[in-house]
Write a protein that binds this ligand. Structure first.
Ligand SMILES: NC(=O)c1ccc[n+]([C@@H]2O[C@H](COP(=O)([O-])OP(=O)(O)OC[C@H]3O[C@@H](n4cnc5c(N)ncnc54)[C@H](O)[C@@H]3O)[C@@H](O)[C@H]2O)c1
Length: 256
């Protein structure tokens, strides 16, 4: 119950799904958690749940693609909790105007990059100096299986998540001597409420579950890996991308 005792963590997109599970797990392990989230209702619900269980968290309304808002969110975290040890960049997801390279609107490419890659870039830019000032810590980024394995009709999302993995390695190299570790989790299919809905409503999505030899992943399982990466237990691990699924890297995409 104390693997994060005394640590302060920012978790972006913690108002839903994977981020919410991570926030609850970090808080249960003693971290003070800044729930940095664009959706006020989701963010406040996460904070209420953590507080009801005796943990410490606060909601900071933030769009991670807005430079001034991210700078403010980091400053507010420092003001409230006095230090910063962990940045978990989880906010992101697919964008509605993504698709095939010849058919998608040109702007669809930029909206995917903005949501997933630029948001991660901004949070790292403003948070890492404070992690350095705290004597070191951990940054956890969120990639996707789409960045590792080819998936048709998701050009923007796949490219943006590939960029997140490259950014992870670059920052790990740059900040290793400052004792800041930077790693990435790349999930396959995780059973968030949104994914549950897709499985229910889209037969193509349900069919693809068979690709995952050991089944789909629960949000708490990603949260537990994030906890390991955030805690001192992983102090010699940096610059890695960890795919979290059981599809097998050599399998051709069943999304064809
Ligand atoms: N669920 C999966 O199967 C899966 C698979 C691979 C990767 N991922 C990645 O995991 C992360 C979390 O996904 P999830 O499935 O839990 O999604 P989700 O939609 O349940 O949660 C994402 C949260 O991020 C927030 N968010 C989105 N854009 C934001 C912004 N600009 N600023 C602040 N907050 C923002 C949303 O409001 C939401 O609360 C995403 O980066 C996603 O790409 C998910």
């Amino acid at each position: 119950m104390s693997r994060m005792k005394g640590k302060v963590a920012i978790i972006t997109g913690a108002g839903s799904g994977i981020g919410r599970a991570g926030a609850e797990i970090f808080a249960r392990e003693g971290a003070k958690v800044a729930v940095v989230e664009v959706d006020a209702e989701g963010g406040k619900t996460t904070v209420d749940t953590i507080r009801a269980a005796g943990g410490e968290a606060r909601f900071i309304a933030t769009d991670v693609t807005d430079e001034a808002a991210v700078e403010r969110a980091v400053a507010e975290t420092l003001e409230a909790y006095g230090r910063l040890d962990v940045l978990y960049n989880n906010a992101g997801g697919m964008t509605p105007d993504d698709g095939s390279i010849t058919d998608m609107p040109i702007d669809g490419f930029w909206s995917a990059l903005k949501r997933n890659l630029f948001g991660t870039f901004l949070c790292c830019r403003f948070a890492i100096p404070h992690i350095v000032a705290a004597g070191g810590g951990s940054v956890i980024n969120t990639g996707s299986i789409y960045a590792i394995q080819g998936h048709p009709r998701s050009v923007g999302y796949s490219t943006s998540k590939g960029g997140v993995i490259a950014l992870t390695r670059a920052l790990a190299a740059e900040y290793g001597t400052a004792n800041v570790r930077v790693n990435c989790i790349s999930p396959g299919m995780v059973r968030t409420p949104r994914v549950e809905m897709l499985i229910r409503d889209k037969p193509g999505v349900a069919k693809n579950i068979v690709r995952y030899l050991l089944g789909t992943v629960e949000t708490e399982e990603i949260g537990n890996l994030a906890l390991f990466l955030a805690s001192d237990e992983s102090r010699h691990l940096s610059g890695v991308n960890i795919p979290f699924d059981s599809a097998g890297r050599s399998a051709p995409s069943a999304y064809q």
